[in-house]
Design a protein around this ligand. Sequence first.
Ligand SMILES: [Zn+2]
Length: 109
Amino acid sequence: MIAPTIHCESAVRAIVFLLFVILVFLILKFTLNRVIEIRQRNREAEQKTDGKKPSDSDPQSMVRCAECGIHLPQSEAFYDGKDTFCSEGHMRDFHKKHGADRTFDDTSD
Ligand SMILES: [Zn+2]
């Protein structure tokens, strides 16, 4: 009457082994999914940084209009040899106001 007991025990062991294998499989699958997710996120972040254009706004090339005080990129500014302006009109206005002699430097900033 020993044989059935041994048979039953081996069956339980087989089931436990099977459950263990399934558990390991599930853990591996979960871990793999996590790794893939993190990799995809990293790739997306890389693409975002690659696609960013640095020419959008360069604070180093910003100049101030001497007439109205607006800030604009140096490439779009008008330069009369001394001051920068946002437009040709402001450059003329500034020269009209201050004339030839710019002795009175009214810098009420
Ligand atoms: Zn201006």
